[in-house]
Design a binder for this molecule. Structure first.
Ligand code: ADP
Ligand code: ADP
Length: 229
């Protein structure tokens, strides 16, 4: 079934002297459990599409839904977002970074401990739990960001160029990690990337966007629909 959907979505930024037509109209339906990538040149509206999909930006026209409910004004429970830039708190240890969202949600300490330890082990971070983000490599810091999302048990994971700042070798490794995450969590994944090879390697379907006027011009199915089990 359909997990999340954009219908006739447009996003226009109004400046003082002119408007920027950033996105749309876009119709896009993400299937439950699929791995969907979005590719396209810089400035074609990929980030805008992600922001609108999770409620961080409001569509100028059209509607967005997640699990049958309208997305409006805030990121719904069940959606996790990972950005390119390191979003971890530099003054907190890796462990406390991963625990942050759970504590804010008011989960009991025992549950927090169990889930943080699980997420750190899953992302290969168990030995770094007491380290601070600045002491880690860029790849490890991105793992922390993914662990922070994973720990909330998201059913839809959105990633905006999560490996864009990493070297090629690390990117390949993180691609494998992402596949493992997708398989084990059963989540639907939407990955934004400018790397077509990455999209081809990882996804069930690829949405190709074009810069003018910020639309999904084609949806390509990879030859290997991935079976989780
Ligand atoms: P991509 O992620 O594919 O690089 P974006 O979604 O970031 O593309 O941007 C799409 C278009 O919207 C670009 O032309 C960009 O310059 C414009 N844009 C993005 N954010 C803003 C903003 N806050 N104000 C004005 N224009 C913006
Ligand atoms: P069960 O379904 O029997 O609870 P799981 O393998 O789903 O077994 O979970 C085992 C442990 O891992 C539990 O403590 C659970 O809270 C934790 N766990 C499972 N998934 C996640 C996740 N995405 N993030 C954090 N902790 C998790």
């Amino acid at each position: 079934g359909i997990h999340a959907e954009l219908k006739g979505v447009m996003r226009v930024y109004s400046g003082t002297d002119h408007q920027v037509h950033a996105l749309g109209p876009v119709d896009l339906a993400l299937e439950q459990g699929e791995f969907f990538s979005v590719v396209g040149p810089s400035g074609c509206g990929k980030s805008t599409l992600l922001e609108v999909l999770c409620g961080l930006a409001e569509p100028t026209a059209g509607s967005v839904s997640f699990e049958g409910k309208a997305v409006q004004g805030e990121v719904p429970d069940g959606i996790g977002v990972v950005f390119q830039e390191d979003a971890s708190f530099p003054w907190l240890t890796v462990w406390d970074n991963v625990a942050f969202g759970l504590r804010r949600a008011g989960l009991p300490a025992g549950e927090v401990r169990q889930r943080v330890d699980y997420a750190l082990a899953f992302m290969g971070l168990a030995d770094f739990s007491k380290a601070y983000p600045a002491q880690l490599s860029g790849g490890m810091r991105q793992r922390v960001c993914i662990a922070r999302t994973l720990v909330m048990k998201p059913r839809l994971i959105l990633l905006d160029e999560p490996f864009g700042a990493l070297d090629q070798q690390t990117r390949l490794l993180m691609g494998d990690e992402l596949l493992r995450l997708w398989r084990e969590t059963g989540a639907t994944v939407l990955l934004i990337t400018h790397a077509l090879d990455e999209a081809t390697m990882l996804s069930d379907r690829i949405g190709v966007m074009s810069a003018r006027p910020g639309r999904v011009i084609e949806i390509v199915e990879t030859r290997w629909p991935r079976n989780r089990d």
